[in-house]
Design a protein around this ligand. Sequence first.
Ligand code: NAD
Ligand code: IPM
Ligand code: MN
Length: 355
Amino acid sequence: MKIAVFAGDGIGPEVTAQALRVLDELSLPGLTLFEGDVGAVAYRRHGQPLPDETLEMARAADAVMFGAVGDFSCDDLPRHLRPEQAILGLRSELGLFANLRPAAGFPGLEHLSSLKPEIARSIDVLVVRELNGDVYFGDKGERASAGGREGWDAMSYNEAEVRRIAHTAFRAAMGRGKKLTSVDKANVLETSRIWRETVIDVAKDYSEVTLDHMYVDNAAMQMVKAPGQFDTIVTGNLFGDILSDQASACVGSIGLLASASLGERQTGYGTFGLYEPIHGSAPDIAGQGKANPVAAVLSLAMLLRHSLGREEEAVRVERAVEGILADGVFGGDLGGNATTGEIGDAIVSKLLTIS
Ligand code: NAD
Ligand code: IPM
Ligand code: MN
């Protein structure tokens, strides 16, 4: 079993280090780790945010553990050299079109959510975000206009792209509450009209799943008003990016939410995937021991489940995280005072108590 570890920038290395401690504690036989550079760190060392050798390392692995990329010092670089190109490049080059972002409340944290505790308690949603298309990967550029320089980004989805993510989402909904909400902006966007028609067509294969449709503006409102109504959400790249950050505040902190990015390639143990927290490099708190490593540790649990076929260990890691949160071990993002390392210590100790 080979895992490529790309810790990246800012708090990426801090939270990844804690996930690696947890992985080490599991003592999985036959596991080899490879470390590669991504993001601003890679740009400084190799002149590129996603060096060829990093991409090759990912291709040769069964799974990628990813921290975060992004650095203010790179904000003025041309787009192809910006750190964010590392994660965008990995997602597209590796064909990772399905981004699973679960957001469920943790017992004991209800009163720390931005929502009223009784509403926060109801959250248990899986956001299935399409990851290889949309305005992210359409043509883009700058041109002259009567109003001065004009930036433009083409948004599009074709039927094949919608079809494959819709199948992923319906299958995920089948394993959950059998309710799928497709989020779009079909009242305005042609992209969304094709999206909605295609999702309705794919639904014919999943008669047990109840499908509904919601415009993204309403979905954002419903996410804070009554998040418990959602079971599984399927949406495009941009809307999914925004709704999942929003869902994290409903749970309590962006430092809690993990993600898996999957494609079609199978390894000897499961599906090849890239695993990362939904948060970024958080330059405002980097290097201060303030980062919450839970999202990174739960991303490791998703890696164990989806890419290594290690369901038992995945559940152990998730139980350990739930346990330390219920014990009140958390940092400043949740109003506590534990450091990144102390949270990692607590998770490792808790793991030893769970068989
Ligand atoms: P961010 O997610 O990095 O931070 C948003 C806010 O949440 C900040 O106040 C930050 O301190 C806090 N936060 C984030 N993660 C936390 C954690 N684990 N524990 C405690 N607090 C946490 O988003 P941003 O500030 O908009 O972006 C910063 C940089 O990260 C940018 O360069 C952006 O492009 C990049 N980014 C990268 C990824 C990725 O690598 N996949 C994701 C999002 C943003
Ligand atoms: C995320 C991030 C990325 C995205 C950026 C860094 C390109 O916000 O992983 O959620 O927009 O997908
Ligand atoms: Mn994001």
